[in-house]
Design a protein around this ligand. Structure first.
Ligand SMILES: CC(C)(COP(=O)(O)OP(=O)(O)OC[C@H]1O[C@@H](n2cnc3c(N)ncnc32)[C@H](O)[C@@H]1OP(=O)(O)O)[C@@H](O)C(=O)NCCC(=O)NCCS
Length: 155
């Protein structure tokens, strides 16, 4: 597996994997493209080396928006066939590391209370729940707001 930062040319395949992972509530190409052009935005991805001269293909992506000294984890997903192999954890750690290197003191995110796998991942990476946003998602589910302190540690 190859881990690296996003290029503008990755956005098409990122939007396609987003559609596969989030169905009706996915970000589209334009949303990723306009976020990518914002100051303070960065994205990390994972791709699998193509076999026998085939092109590499996207396996996971995640992105963060930094502002002043706090950051928001906007999106993260691993392709269904590649879940449960530690790729999501590596992505979270790379996003934490990227935010810390940019001088951020805290990293926030929203997660569905029903998304047990994501919550377990975040909790095991020292995110803690701090509040609830009522009816945050299009289907009416609340969002759990979680935060990870970035100071005083190294990853
Ligand atoms: C959440 C997601 C990113 C995790 O990626 P992943 O590569 O499967 O995660 P990892 O293999 O690194 O596992 C990390 C931890 O997540 C939890 N987890 C992941 N898959 C799990 C499963 N099938 N059963 C139970 N726990 C699971 C565990 O705590 C696991 O740690 P462990 O292996 O030490 O037990 C992935 O499931 C995904 O893309 N889901 C759809 C998109 C999504 O929900 N994104 C988050 C939006 S907030």
């Amino acid at each position: 597996m190859i881990y690296r930062s996003w290029d503008y040319t990755d956005i098409l395949s990122i939007a396609a994997l987003e559609r596969e992972c989030f169905a009706g509530e996915s970000w589209d190409y334009q949303m990723f493209a306009s976020s990518f052009s914002q100051p303070g935005f960065f994205g990390e991805l994972c791709e699998e080396e193509g076999k026998d001269g085939e092109e590499r293909h996207l396996v996971a992506y995640g992105c963060v928006q930094c502002a002043v000294d706090t950051a928001d984890l906007l999106n993260i997903a691993v392709a269904p066939a590649f879940r449960g192999r530690g790729i999501g954890r590596t992505m979270v750690r790379r996003l934490i590391g990227g935010a810390r290197r940019r001088g951020m003191k805290e990293l926030f995110l929203e997660v569905r209370p029903s998304n047990a796998h994501a919550r377990q991942l975040y909790e095991s990476e020292s995110f803690r729940a701090i509040s609830v946003r009522k009816h945050y998602y299009p289907d009416g589910e609340d969002a759990l707001v979680m935060v990870r302190k970035l100071s005083d540690e190294k990853i």
